[in-house]
Design a protein around this ligand. Structure first.
Ligand code: HXC
Length: 515
């Protein structure tokens, strides 16, 4: 046989596979505002860098004549590539081929890439667009999910795992993304365990796909997703930015970038930005941006539990993870959802050698029956656990209020902060002046000739005595009270000193974080 002929035949075979599910299916996909698997890969990877694996894989299943059916690449495109010069292992499910449904071989292709990502110590990226378990393949497709899940878990904390939900992600398909580090979801993607038809049949509720599990729902309400994108293109752009903040694996630090922003830069506007009046609101994101290089802050879970703010930035070119209370929402209280948000982010940063900077301004944990019955004890404990467990450099800046349990939780010295700074307007105490005065001077106030006058005096007395950073500084719980304009300089300098931090934790199998 002529080798040229064989090469020609190979080209023909590949052409057929590249044709995916056919023109009709591709145009249906486009009509929904969604790209195909191969188009998405083209947008993501550096030109010419993609090395596809397993394009000739076919289903082994003979049920319903599946083996006789043309299922190009078994409905998923997998391989290795670079993104801005950095290596990744990826898969992209192809909805134009039997709805991107996950059969056994489809799953094994994904699992092969997971193994590859682990062997190479590089991020694993999944682009999801699938009708879930391939129904015709029965238990083989369920086995396929299991093979993926166990690898997700084994890879957790070893390599970054990021999922993009770009179309239906239904049934068992949701759990691989859920066990990865981040989910970027387009507005029109859907994630749910059971779709609207099943919901209607079981509970009688009538709900659309989008209202049940659309991108907005999971970014705003459930907290399942971490980033919302208008469309596939924006999702891929967000992925590229996210990757720029992450190391390839847990043994590396994230890449240094020369940002051109001097760490000596002063921030005089910070003096006015954080009002001394504890009842006035402000946007903590302004504080964060003013401190970070070039004002660039890549926020994670922007729409969820907005009373807390978490995300990535750079300081002096080094990546940092930022956690802050947002005084603008619910006065920056800690509650069930913000605790989950903070704890998960802190643990991610700790796993991947990203130093933590925490900006504190919180009146405490949110009181209420709903919070208590919802398990605020269990959820709040996650924040304590995550900060205590984290061994990366930890710097805390107390901007204003830092009361009670929340003072301890928000990366206090006592949970292992390496350096704690406070603004002069910081208030560190068990509780606010009014509540405290009412409790400790109750008897005097009750029996006073003019209770209101005495109450006001006692509140003022308490405020003078405790509503400042100096009692904590006297004990060495705060290392310095700083001029807000020097925040960037001081935090960057300290971070540099902490670079060689090495802290060991007791050897164990793993801890038992409250879940
Ligand atoms: C086999 C599937 C499929 C599936 C879709 N298709 N889902 N084939 N198994 N799970 C096929 C369709 O038959 C169709 O084939 C093609 O993909 C495109 O699907 P459409 O329905 O035409 O697309 P659309 O109208 O956009 O609707 C998309 C959809 C719907 C909402 C995802 O297809 C759907 O509801 N699918 C089933 C979802 C589901 O229940 N999955 C199982 C979950 S159970 P043709 O040949 O007509 O083009 C599960 C358990 C795993 O995942 C548990 C692990 C722990």
């Amino acid at each position: 046989m002529d080798a040229h002929k064989l090469v020609e035949q190979l080209g023909e075979k590949k052409k057929q596979i590249y044709a995916q599910g056919g023109e009709k299916a591709i145009s249906k996909q486009h009509s929904k505002g969604r790209l195909t698997a191969r188009e998405r890969i083209d947008l993501l990877v550096d030109p010419g860098s993609f090395e596809e694996f397993d394009m000739f894989v076919k289903t082994r299943s003979t049920y319903f004549g599946l083996d006789k059916k043309n299922i190009p690449a078994d409905g998923v495109v997998t391989g290795l590539a670079t993104v801005n010069g950095r290596r990744i292992a990826l898969y992209a499910q192809d909805f134009t081929v039997v709805g991107g449904s996950l059969g056994e071989m489809h799953a094994l292709k994904i699992a092969k890439m997971q193994d590859m990502a682990m062997k190479l110590g590089i991020p694993f990226i999944g682009m999801n667009d699938s009708g879930g378990a391939r129904i015709q393949e029965g238990v083989d497709s369920l086995r396929g999910y299991g093979e993926i899940f166990i690898r997700n878990v084994r890879a957790s904390g070893v390599i970054p795992q990021i999922s993009l939900a770009m179309g239906p992600t239904a049934g068992g398909a949701v759990y691989s993304p859920a066990m990865m580090d981040f989910i970027i979801m387009t507005k029109h993607a859907m994630m749910y365990i059971t779709g609207p038809e099943v919901v209607k049949a079981v509970t009688g509720e009538v709900v659309s796909h989008e209202d049940l599990g659309g991108g907005l729902v999971h970014n705003q309400k459930s907290g399942v997703a971490h980033f919302l994108a208008e469309d596939d293109k924006e999702a891929i752009e967000k992925l590229k930015v996210l990757l720029s903040y992450l190391p390839d694996n847990y043994l590396q630090t994230p890449p240094f970038v020369e940002t051109g922003d001097s760490v000596e830069r002063e921030i005089p506007e910070l003096i006015d930005l954080v009002p001394a009046d504890p009842n006035k609101g402000y946007d903590v994101k302004e504080v964060i941006k003013s401190v970070l290089d070039n004002g660039e802050f890549f926020e994670v879970q922007e729409l969820y539990a907005r009373n807390a703010v978490v995300g990535f930035g750079r300081l002096g070119g080094n990546v940092v993870g930022v956690v802050a209370n947002q005084a603008r929402y619910l006065a920056g209280v800690l509650d069930i959802n913000s605790s989950d948000k903070i704890a998960r982010f802190v643990r991610f940063c700790d796993a991947f050698n990203i130093p933590l900077i925490t900006f504190v301004d919180t009146p405490g944990y949110l009181p209420g029956v709903a919070q208590e019955h919802g398990g605020v004890i269990r959820h709040g404990a996650k924040v304590l656990y995550a900060y205590s467990e984290a061994t990366v450099p930890k710097i805390t800046v107390i901007l204003r209020k830092s009361y009670g349990g929340a003072y301890i939780a928000m990366c206090s010295r006592h949970l292992g902060a390496d350096a704690v700074f406070a603004f002069p307007q910081a208030e560190i105490a068990v509780m606010g002046a009014e509540g405290a005065a009412n409790i400790i001077f109750r008897k005097e106030i009750k029996t006073a000739e003019d209770p209101d006058k005495l109450r006001a005096e006692k509140i003022e007395e308490y405020r003078k005595e405790f509503a400042n950073p100096y009692r904590a500084a006297e004990r060495g719980y705060i290392d310095d009270v700083i001029n807000p304009k020097d925040t960037r300089k001081i935090v960057a300098k300290t971070l540099n000193y902490l670079r060689s931090k090495s802290e060991s934790v007791p050897e164990k199998k793993h801890g038992n974080i409250p879940l």
